[in-house]
Design a binder for this molecule. Structure first.
Ligand code: DON
Length: 556
């Protein structure tokens, strides 16, 4: 028998480039990365049968509404960023909006204190936008018929699919679902939790989707579905009326664009707070040489955290729905201002957030949203982040319709100056008003190189979204990681207030210790964000699903 020899060693070294990190999924023509395997498959099948990335995005969005009900939705909203092969780009804002009845103080009690109503129950929902957004995307930019794209979701709802380990856990652990009888009826089987491997069928949702397929997307806003939803709202003291539904419109906006080194950045404009964050933080870091300290080093994390702290301070004051508030985007990205921000960073020590701007402390809990990324064989790229806001939204399933409703109203500043459920402090710019869109952190982003799509990225995670997206981009652009390694790598999060640096538990104890010595309040956490990313390589696509969750990548 040959022992371990120079020959073996040579073989290992030759093989080493493939062994240096976890490898992404590679394919030549098209790629889908999403949070749930049946939805990923549905999108890949659309690509393979001649649909473009926009078609696939519609099919994945509707399928996730069935198979990933904590965040995938018909009763919520989100953002779709598209970068076309010819270099154009667009941004579809299908986020929930305030109802006609919405008022600034609608969630304050007699003593001016915030109630629970913005986070749970019938009053927590803004007008849902998902169907309008998907329909607009397909009508303007898709190739396939609406019917064809709704079909996979109908099949998954009516035939059912085996419940995964993760889904079984979240169905069991979500308190809100048990508090609403219709949600209990749908998301439990005869009062018992679904176990992993059991088949989960959703006949009510299948019927709703079938009407949406046959009558078209307006069914959701004007048809029987709209009538049932409005009646259910009325019966339970909810805010959404038939008129609100009829008047809902998805809005097409111009994406934000910027540059970093030799790369172009195409990202989410307000009412997302994420794109400005990515552009400001990357500009603050560019030219500092921070990357020389290496990925994951205390020095690199320090520089990233200080950029984060400063952006989130600005976010608290200057961000809101641009149709209601003039967001000073130019000033936030002005080179002189960036220089000032950069100059205010101590190269060694943490700056206490109270010195950056005053605020209060609060805790944020773990939530759910979902992001998926798609690239097709023509070179079109789509990045979608959509949500019910909290995991399983408001906890309310619309009676007889089979879908959950969002609690997105909590993304407004329910009481300007006080922390929301993510601990975010927000100001007048994001106060509640009718038909206004609550400020979001969702940050679908596309990086280009030599005028072509290079990296497609996005994440759920409330405010951590912006920082998770930032770090994955930096990992690829500055630290030369393959896209899977970039997604897997340990992440941090700082949001100015609370003045805490969150770091994933995969960080080494000595890094954590060094950060503490620099003055950070360090909080070790399980997972920050769930990034779905695609890198366009030379002649092939690389899909990276996030190993923190049950996400999958599939190409052809
Ligand atoms: O739009 C936002 O910023 C939030 N509604 C997103 C919520 C979220 O990401 C929860 N996630 N894991």
């Amino acid at each position: 028998m040959r022992s371990f020899s120079a020959y073996t060693l040579l073989f290992c070294l030759v093989a080493a480039p493939m062994l240096e990190a976890r490898q992404p999924v590679r394919a030549r023509h098209g790629m889908v990365v999403s949070r749930e395997t049946h939805a990923t498959d549905a999108g890949a099948a659309v690509l393979e049968s001649g649909g473009n990335a926009i078609d696939a995005a519609v099919a994945v969005g509707l399928a996730l509404a069935v198979t990933h009900p904590s965040a995938g939705n018909l009763g919520g909203g989100g953002f779709m960023l598209i970068r076309f092969a010819d270099g154009r780009s667009t941004f579809i804002d299908f986020r929930e909006r305030g109802t006609k009845s919405a008022t600034r103080d609608m969630y304050l009690d007699k003593n001016g204190k915030p109630t629970q109503d913005s986070t749970e129950g019938y009053r927590a929902s803004g007008i849902p936008g998902t169907i309008a957004g998907m329909a607009l995307a397909r009508e303007k930019y898709g190739k396939k018929s609406w019917k064809e794209l709704v079909e996979p979701a109908i099949k998954l709802a009516s035939n059912g699919f085996p419940v995964s380990y993760g889904l079984a856990n979240t169905l069991r652990n979500n308190q809100k679902l048990s508090r609403f009888p219709e949600s209990k009826r749908i998301f439990q089987r005869d009062g018992k939790y679904y176990e992993m491997g059991e088949v989960f069928q959703q006949p009510d949702l299948a019927a709703t989707l079938t009407r949406i397929r046959d009558n078209g997307p307006r069914e959701f806003y004007e048809g029987k579905t709209a009538q049932m939803l409005a009646a259910d709202m009325k019966a339970h003291g909810g805010e959404i009326t038939l008129e609100d539904l009829k008047n809902y419109k998805a809005i097409e906006r111009k994406p934000l664009e910027g540059k970093y080194k030799e790369y172009g950045i195409v990202t989410a404009p307000p009412p997302s707070s994420g794109g400005l964050g990515i552009l400001q933080m990357m500009s603050v870091l560019e030219g500092t040489g921070y990357e020389k300290s290496g990925a994951g080093s205390a020095q690199t994390l320090h520089m990233e955290a200080e950029a984060m702290r400063r952006y989130f301070a600005d976010r608290s004051e200057y961000l809101g729905d641009p149709d209601f508030f003039k967001v000073p985007s130019k000033q936030l990205l002005n080179p002189k201002y960036i220089e000032k921000l950069r100059g205010s960073i101590d190269p060694v020590k943490a700056t206490p957030s109270s010195e950056v701007k005053p605020g209060n402390l609060s805790v944020y809990e773990s939530m759910e949203t979902t992001h998926y990324s798609i690239v097709d064989s023509e070179g079109n790229a789509v990045a979608v982040t959509y949500t019910l806001n909290g995991g399983y939204g408001s906890g309310v399933t619309a009676t007889g319709l089979g879908f959950l409703l969002n609690n997105e109203m909590d993304d407004f500043a329910v009481k300007p100056g006080e922390a929301n459920m993510f601990g975010l402090i927000q100001g007048e710019a994001n106060a509640i008003a009718p038909n206004k869109t609550p400020l979001s952190s969702m940050t679908p982003t596309i990086i280009t190189k030599d005028g072509k799509v290079y990296l497609v990225v996005g994440s759920p995670g409330g405010p951590t979204i912006i920082n998770a997206v930032l770090q994955v981009i930096l990992n690829v652009l500055d630290f030369n990681m393959n896209v899977q390694e970039a997604v897997d790598h340990t992440r941090i999060h700082h949001q100015w207030m609370p003045d805490t640096l969150s770091i994933e538990k995969t960080a080494s104890p000595d890094t954590i210790e060094m950060l503490k010595q620099r003055g950070y309040q360090v909080r070790v956490t399980a997972g920050i964000g769930e990034v779905a990313a695609i890198r366009v390589g030379d002649g092939f696509l690389e899909g990276a699903a996030d190993g923190r969750v049950e996400a999958t990548a599939k190409g052809y």
